[in-house]
Design a binder for this molecule. Sequence first.
Ligand code: DC
Length: 296
Amino acid sequence: MSGTARPSEGAANQSPERAQPANRSHPLPREGGRGVGLFTGTARPSEGAANQSPERAQPANRSHPLPREGGRGEGPSVNTVPVIAIDGTSASGKGTIAARVAAELGFHLLDSGALYRLVGLRALRAGVSLEDGTALAALARDLPARFDGERVFLAEADVSAELRGETCADAASRVAVHPPLRAALLSRQRAFRVAPGLVADGRDMGTVVFPEARSKVFLTASLQERAERRYKQLIAKGLAANIATLLLEIEERDRRDRERVAAPLAAAPDALVIDTTGLGIEFVVAKVLEHYRGRG
Ligand code: DC
C-alpha cells in the first residue's frame, strides 16, 4: 500500500524526477505476495524493500491509516505522478509482481483488492448483507483500517491473516459488484497516487481508477496454475486448502469479476497482456519494468 497515509500537499504538482518520497512503499498482504513466492517460491516484497538502493524511497513512517475518501485523490487530469496499473485474474501474480516493481522503482503500492476484502470482512462481521450496495458503500466510506508494513488492522485488530483467506476473497468479489461501493472507494484509491510514483494492482486499475496510467499490464495464467499457486500460499500460511475446491472458487470469482456490470475485470485496450503460466517472477518483473521505461 502506499507509504503515506495522506498524500503530501502539492504532490499532484510535483515532478516525478524531483519529488522525494517521504515514505517507503507499504505492501499489503495479497494473493501472491506473501509467504511462498508465486512463481518460484522466492519473492517477498519486504525483502525487495529491504534491499532498496539509497535513491529509492526511504522508510519514515511505517504505520499509517488508510487515505480517506475525499482527501487529495486528485482526478486523473491534474495528477502527473506516474502510475503503473497491474490488473488481472485471481492468483495471476499481480500482488507479487506489483510489490516487486514498486520496490524496484521506489514507488508506493496500492493493493486495491485489500480494500474490497476489508469491506467484505467488515460486512460479514457487522451482519451487513453482501447484496446491499448502499450499506456496503457506507461501510467503505468509514473504514477504520490501518496498514503497517505487511499487516492490516481493522479497528486496531490485526486482520492480515483473515483477510487473505478464501472467505474474505469470496466476500470481496461479491461486494465488488455494487456500483455504490466501487464509487465510494474510487477517490480513496486515487489518493494513493503520490510522488515519486504508484504501482496499483487490482481488476480495474487501468480501466477505471487510473485510466491515464503511464503503463498498464494485464496478468493472467492458466486456471490450474493459479489454483496451485493459491494452494501453496494457503498451505504455507498453515491454512487448510484443497486444490479441487480452489479451482472452483477461483473460476467462480473470475466469472463474477468478469461479468459484473460495474468495472468488470478486463484488460485495458492499451495494456501489455502477459500470460504468466510457467514464467518466473524475475522475468515478469523485468517485462513490466521494460514496458514502463519504454513509455517514459
Ligand atoms: O486482488 P484480490 O484477490 O485481493 O481481490 C479480491 C476481490 O476484490 C476480487 O475478486 C474482485 C475485487 N476487486 C475488484 O473488484 N476491483 C479491484 N480493483 C480489486 C479487487
